[in-house]
Design a protein around this ligand. Sequence first.
Ligand SMILES: NC(=O)c1ccc[n+]([C@@H]2O[C@H](COP(=O)([O-])OP(=O)(O)OC[C@H]3O[C@@H](n4cnc5c(N)ncnc54)[C@H](OP(=O)(O)O)[C@@H]3O)[C@@H](O)[C@H]2O)c1
Length: 315
Amino acid sequence: MKTVKIGDMSVPALAVGCRRFNNISVEDADKYVRAALDMGANYFDHADVYGGSLSETVFGGVLAIDPSLRDKMYIQSKCGIRKAMNAFDLSTEYILSSVEGSLKRLNTDYLDVLLLHRMDALMDPEEVAEAFGKLHQQGKVRAFGVSNATPMQILLLKKHVTQPIVINQMQLSLAHCPMIAQGIYTNMDVKSAIDTDGSVLDFCRLHDITIQTWAPLQFGYQKGVFLDHPDFPELNRVLGELAEKYAVTKTAIALAWILRHPAKMQALTGTLKIGRLEDSLKAAEVELTRDEWYELFEAAGNHLPVNPQPNQARS
Ligand SMILES: NC(=O)c1ccc[n+]([C@@H]2O[C@H](COP(=O)([O-])OP(=O)(O)OC[C@H]3O[C@@H](n4cnc5c(N)ncnc54)[C@H](OP(=O)(O)O)[C@@H]3O)[C@@H](O)[C@H]2O)c1
């Protein structure tokens, strides 16, 4: 499979999101994880809060059945959202206790990567540095990253954190791509020109931080999947044409659109169906042309600022 770099690791361009593992049995999870590994998808994304922590427990059940699977995979988890979902917490104590919990539930001695799930308004970078230092020194976490973080928040962390920040996990899909659109509409009096993330895409490319993309098939804030959705007729038409051309599904084309970006992002899948995972992984075999990439971008509702729209045309 096509790979991307995360720090000094070379990992699959498509990673397996495990947020919904709480909805399946350990037996089904076992089948799913083994199928993923057989297909070369050996990077698994978790968070302490997914499914009220049950998602990690179910995954840990798979490793309890066969501990030898651990060496064949990368496991990433996240912390920083309190279980009660009533506060963010990136205090030293919370980070350390969260990782202990994840290791226990996942049945592993170490995480390959730990991400700070969401930035805590009360975060003190010195406290994060203390927690990261301990976890790294104890061999419990090999590499560190963030999620939903702005460049300034990353720089603030880096003032004290000595380990490299290797990942920023962000929401990105054809139907939700402000970090890409903003660079195209710069200085225009349109909504897409508003910089909602502090130029995070360019910042991460400059600092060798791999962007992992969550919800790659969804629109809005987890409003649903845009594939075959009636609000996205033009996007689905173009996805369908390209799916036919490359002999893959529309899912694969939507993911290939993310992988085509030269930032070399890693896309997370979220399905729990083995067939759909297989469809998704085919994205790694598709290299969209520049014209196709832009055609999809426009079909998703982004009018390129090269010609005025009909209602803006001057006579
Ligand atoms: N850092 C963060 O803040 C954050 C937030 C959200 C998620 N995440 C991570 O990102 C991962 C992926 O996010 P996501 O679950 O929102 O991803 P997604 O791939 O955009 O959505 C997956 C959902 O879409 C459904 N689906 C419907 N049609 C589909 C099709 N044709 N192909 C594939 N899936 C289809 C899946 O259902 P079926 O299972 O029935 O296929 C599943 O419920 C999560 O598992 C989690 O690890 C991170």
